[in-house]
Design a protein around this ligand. Sequence first.
Ligand code: ADP
Ligand code: MG
Length: 334
Amino acid sequence: MATGEFALIDELRRGLGQVEDDAAVIVGIGDDAAVLDCGGRRLVACTDTLVAGRHFFAELGADDLAWKALAVNLSDLAAMGAEPRWALLNLALPAGMATPAWRADFMRGWQELALPFNLRLVGGDTVACDGPLTVTVTALGLLAGDALLRSGAQVGDDLYVTGTLGDVALALELAFAERAGEAVEDLPGAATLEQCRRRPTPRVAFGQAAQRLGARCAQDVSDGFLADLHHILQASGVGARIDGDAIPLSPVLAGWVGDDWQRLLRTALTGGDDYELILAAPPALAVQLQTAAQQTQTPLQRVGSVLPAAAGLQLFWQGRRQDLPEHLGHQHVI
Ligand code: ADP
Ligand code: MG
């Protein structure tokens, strides 16, 4: 019988009978990455898989695929405040896929993201497969001090979002409409949406800066803003008030959304694949965080505040409280 992604993860977590007394596991299953104490140094580890036809269109260039497979992992390291250092790469390749041109493109896309971080590929696995092209990256980083945790939000904290939300969801909506042969609106700036989809920018430098400043809570937006915010609220045992009008939108998305709540809901609020950070931090850090954002060329927007759990998740937009859907974002059915 099919089950939900999170139910299966929970079953694995509980079902293996692992007693939670391994002092080296500072953060285990349930956050953006694991944090492991290695004799005083903290190793941060995460892994993510992209499957052709499911997580990317099969015709995506190998350079963009390599970038994205690494970027989604660096985004999880950023959400912990870690410094990326090493990666492992697993390739499951259908016959005929890895032509010399494909390989050269893949390496170029990988290096374009990895080089500025001095990130080294230290291993992986390469297999032939009958199924779709599948790329798994495991990223490893180092952390000095405490990680940014999903459980770190406290009542009274400000909530922030980096960059803009919803661009990838709109890019996908347009791409699917085009594929279905529907008339697609000619949106000025649509090319920038496409760029966000193919090459997300992991907020590594800002995540590290926020961690150094003493912020305690972050998570990256992969399943959709509301779903990922919900993870923070659950893990922290708090509620939140979100100012929907403050949600950062690119000019092209803002123009497309206009006054249409449903359009805002299905792109910026629940779309996913943004790889921006949601951050919770005490108001005393506000000025320093904005300075860090400027220094790391990271747009940073305050979008709300953390409330006691009883308040639930409240979202105000255009002067009134909006009803939120029961399912706040994306979850894979397994
Ligand atoms: P993210 O979106 O940040 O990559 P996920 O939603 O994929 O996080 O995963 C949530 C948590 O569950 C993470 O801590 C992840 O490491 C863990 N997890 C996911 N799949 C598995 C699995 N098959 N076995 C063990 N842990 C898993
Ligand atoms: Mg994550």
